[in-house]
Design a protein around this ligand. Structure first.
Ligand SMILES: C[S@@+](CC[C@H](N)C(=O)[O-])C[C@H]1O[C@@H](n2cnc3c(N)ncnc32)[C@H](O)[C@@H]1O
Length: 486
């Protein structure tokens, strides 16, 4: 394969070749496996809500694609998904009907072609001909001609040239501008700006840094489960020490499954912010007995795996509860062989608890949420969420936090966590429960994570809010609440 994608713009004005470079009478194996697999993933994401981060590795493995072809397929898939909003705005200008009327088989080809033309150094003629050649195979000659015509129009400008055409005026409509340029739905831009405390007249500089960070490839971070492996074990296999978490190591490249400790379940893939919110909960003084911990929404088990290891080393026990039985099975794997066998798993609804009130000394409620904090890892999810998603989740988040507070004994501590900075599922939920009850004290969460700068957020800085553009982590939110003693 002679093409290597880089984030450079193609040369302006260079005319693409007409039609495809190949005549479609190739061998039975795809001659261009990278584009074919990228197309198959993009189509599945669009048509049946597949998750790229699950489907792409599975298809690469199934088709025996590795090395440079796998790297190209990965770049094409994620690159196309990340800037899909921008590419769609360009394509709207290049099709002679509405983009929404383009069929679901052809649309991913247009997006894939636009990505190659506007964001990689693949020469325009190669980008067009390879995409049209693929189009002949997957959608037939007739629609391949349509793809060819549209991509030739796309190739008339580079990305900056298109942005000048498609983006609203930045001064007059900053969120509209950022939405188009950084490929996020406008409502998400507004919610993120609100969470960052920025208003439109400022031009939203922090928000722009955040949106940019969402479109960068996140590094893979590992957790060395305490008592089961160490960061040094991971560093010895080529990882780098983590930035903040004492359990973290960053993988510069390569497949985490190739790391021995990961295969043996002594380490796992886990963002540093996820590690740190679990660590913060374990650091709060529980005012007395400290023997029983609960993770109330544990699936698939990332934080439960770490908490069970920390609990085991302190002679405490963790009950990890998850409503979906299949996910509870994943939790069981995550806590398997924790020190002193400290982890137990149940499939249970946290809002209808199977435990006695006040049974626990520490409770984590990592609530189901919009996931707006993990857009770096799941680029397609920004197009699946709607402004209503947060509103729909709020009652469940409220009920889970209330149930967590009931589950902890007086003096014990609850961590409310979301992988989202959206204020309706963070501050509004915590304040709602605090206001309803008279028996809770909000702790200053950032004080339990001294090693992390610029974490304090919310009223009086009582919450901890991680940010991708500040901390290089997911945008994880943490509130710590103590149940008052009599
Ligand atoms: C954000 S995820 C938790 C992630 C997990 N703590 C980790 O670190 O891997 C939220 C989980 O809550 C579960 N959930 C949703 N409603 C629930 C309920 N009523 N009771 C218990 N778990 C629930 C979901 O199935 C999902 O697995």
């Amino acid at each position: 394969m002679s093409e290597q994608p880089r984030n450079r713009r193609p040369r302006k004005g260079k005319k693409p070749a007409q039609g495809g470079a190949q005549n479609g009478s190739g061998p039975p194996q795809p001659r261009d496996p990278a584009r074919r697999v990228a197309y198959d993933v993009l189509r599945a994401v669009g048509q049946r809500d597949a998750y790229a981060n699950l489907l792409l590795p599975a298809l690469l493995n199934e088709r025996g694609i590795s090395g440079r072809d796998a790297a190209l397929a990965t770049e094409l898939t994620y690159g196309t998904l990340r800037l899909q909003g921008t590419y769609d705005a360009v394509l709207e200008n290049c099709v002679d009907r509405s983009l929404s009327s383009v069929d679901a088989e052809a649309l991913p080809l247009l997006r894939l072609g636009a990505h190659q033309l506007l964001s990689t150094k693949i020469p325009p003629h190669a980008a067009v001909s390879a995409t049209v050649n693929l189009a002949r195979k997957v959608v037939g000659q007739h629609r391949a001609r349509f793809v060819n015509a549209v991509l030739r129009r796309v190739s008339a400008r580079d990305l900056q040239g298109w942005i000048e055409v498609i983006a609203p005026d930045r001064e007059r409509d900053p969120s509209g501008y950022l939405s188009v340029v950084h490929s996020h739905p406008r409502w998400i831009v507004k919610e993120l700006a609100r969470a960052l405390g920025e208003r439109a007249p400022s031009g939203l500089p922090q928000t722009e840094r955040l949106l940019r960070a969402h479109n960068e490839r996140p590094r893979v971070t590992l957790v060395a489960k305490p008592g089961r492996s160490t960061v040094s074990d991971l560093v010895a296999q080529g990882a780098e020490e983590g930035t903040y978490s004492p359990f973290a190591a960053h993988l510069k490249e390569g497949d985490p499954a190739l790391i021995r400790e990961v295969r043996q379940n002594r380490a796992a893939v886990q963002d540093e912010a996820s590690q740190l919110v679990a660590l913060a909960l374990s650091r709060v003084d529980a005012h007395g007995r400290d023997a029983t911990w609960l993770d109330m929404c544990a699936g698939p088990g990332g934080k439960a795996g770490l908490l069970a290891s920390i609990a085991g080393r302190r002679e405490a026990r963790l009950l990890a509860s998850e409503v979906q039985p299949a996910r509870a099975g994943l939790v069981a794997t995550a806590v398997h062989r924790a020190p002193r066998d400290a982890g137990r798993v149940v499939a249970a609804d946290g809002t209808a608890p199977a435990w006695r009130p006040g049974a626990f000394d520490r409770v984590l409620v990592d609530a189901p949420c919009t996931g707006l904090g993990a857009l770096r890892r799941r680029p397609e999810s920004r197009w699946r969420r709607t402004p209503e998603t947060a509103k729909e989740l709020a009652p469940l988040q409220h009920d889970l936090l209330t149930s967590a507070v009931e589950a902890v004994r007086p003096g014990g501590v609850v961590a409310y966590v979301t992988c989202s900075p959206h204020l309706d599922e963070t501050d509004a939920v915590v304040r709602g429960v605090l206001d309803e009850r008279g028996d809770l004290t909000l702790l200053r969460a950032a004080d339990y994570l001294d090693e992390v700068p610029d974490l304090a957020a919310g009223p009086d800085g009582m919450y901890a809010q991680f940010w991708p553009h500040v901390h290089g982590t997911d945008a994880m939110f943490l509130a710590l609440l103590r149940r008052d003693e009599a």
